[in-house]
Design a binder for this molecule. Structure first.
Ligand code: SF4
Ligand code: SF4
Length: 360
């Protein structure tokens, strides 16, 4: 979609109350890629590419806690209680991140992806478990399974909703059975994320061998039935369907004369070409990048909607057309998966701001 078109949709007056959102998942999901920097340097991490290429990372946003409070109070006034998922980089190295979380959790439910290297004592002093989930990433190159599980179990005992994830990097698959047993004993969900990237010159996930795929399937047979469903879905979407997706991307790039500019304007329906699908990403979901820019989803090529710090920042008021290759395994395209949106987009709800649906 052309950028001017996106801006127009954002500035037209809303025709209906903005909260709850009119369609599942009935609230806004923000995915905030807060910073590129991390105190670890995992072999398989695309976020630390700047370290390998010796280029400077994007600077960390310099916004005071008072200004963040004003920005998020305004968004709460517009869209009500949202779910904000933090990722990066390591969010806990963002300046005063624990105080920032304490402010945000007043109104919003938060889910933080972290390597768990932060000061758990300070965290427990300042943040209550009312509205915060920890999605801990286990990185065996930097921490032992025992130390990692010990911290996570402590947070769980204090009332926080906790889960964990592990990248299915080829060198971790030999101990995967033992790792799964450890998480099962602690009764903590472990999500297995298929590795995307190069290892020993081979491109993953396409390069997984049959033996490796068989080991990965252990993650669909754990004690945690919800985790089994998620792992099975990721395996299907990110491993089994990868070949087909790569073909689609190749075909799209061949069609485009120059891949660097933003996508061409959306064709009008009725001109002989089929209209692009309408998607509610941008209405019910948005991704915030390290420099504050907001896009409707994570897929390359989607246009910028503004900056989260803009005084008049607005989400789309309705589904908008999209013509970029969709890499998302749970897009909000109209007519696709709609009956499953509510389940696919489940997440922590603020205890003091319960989730409202359109009928409430
Ligand atoms: S902890 Fe996460 S962000 Fe940091 S280097 Fe490892 S994978 Fe990357
Ligand atoms: S999820 Fe897919 S269809 Fe929706 S905006 Fe993103 S790329 Fe487009």
């Amino acid at each position: 979609m052309a950028e001017t078109e996106t801006r127009k949709m954002m500035t037209d007056p809303p025709s209906a109350p903005l909260y709850p959102r009119r369609h599942a998942p009935f609230r806004v999901h923000w995915n905030w890629y807060l910073l590129q920097q991390c105190n670890y340097g995992c072999s398989y991490c695309p976020e630390v590419e700047y370290k390998r290429t010796k280029t400077a990372p994007l600077p960390i946003l310099n916004v005071s806690l008072d200004d963040w409070t004003r920005i998020w109070d305004r968004l709460f006034g517009l869209y009500g209680s949202a779910l904000i998922r933090f990722a990066g980089g390591e969010p806990f190295i963002f300046p005063h991140f624990i105080d920032f979380l304490a402010m945000l959790t007043e109104h919003n439910a938060i889910d933080v992806t972290t390597n768990l290297s932060f000061d758990v004592d300070e965290f427990l002093r300042k943040v209550t478990p009312d509205a915060l989930a920890i999605s801990a990433s286990y990185h065996p190159e930097h921490v032992s399974l025992g130390e990692f599980l010990g911290k996570l179990e402590r947070l769980k005992r204090e009332g926080f909703c906790v889960s964990a994830a592990l990248v299915a990097y080829p060198t971790f698959l030999g101990s995967l059975k033992k790792t799964i047993e450890g998480f099962d004993r602690a009764d903590i969900q472990l999500k297995l994320i298929p590795f995307r990237g190069k290892y020993q010159g081979r491109d993953y996930p396409l390069a997984y061998t049959q033996d490796e795929k068989d080991v990965m399937r252990l993650a669909t047979q754990t004690r945690n039935t919800d985790g089994n469903v998620i792992n099975a879905q990721w395996f299907r979407e990110m491993v089994e369907k990868e070949e087909k997706r790569q073909e689609e991307i190749r075909a799209y790039n061949e069609r485009r004369p120059d891949p660097s500019p933003p996508p061409a304007p959306v064709p009008e329906s009725g001109n002989g070409k089929s209209a692009p699908p309408l998607c509610r990403m941008g209405e019910n979901y948005a991704k915030i990048y390290a420099d504050g820019t907001v896009r409707r989803c994570c897929c390359p090529g989607v246009p910028v909607m503004g900056r989260i710090m803009d005084k008049d920042f607005r989400l789309l008021d309705a589904a908008g057309p999209c013509d970029v290759p969709c890499l998302c395994w749970k897009p909000m395209k109209l007519g696709e998966y709609e009956s499953r949106w509510e389940t696919l987009w489940q997440g922590l709800v603020h205890r003091k701001h319960p989730l409202k649906t359109e009928g409430d």
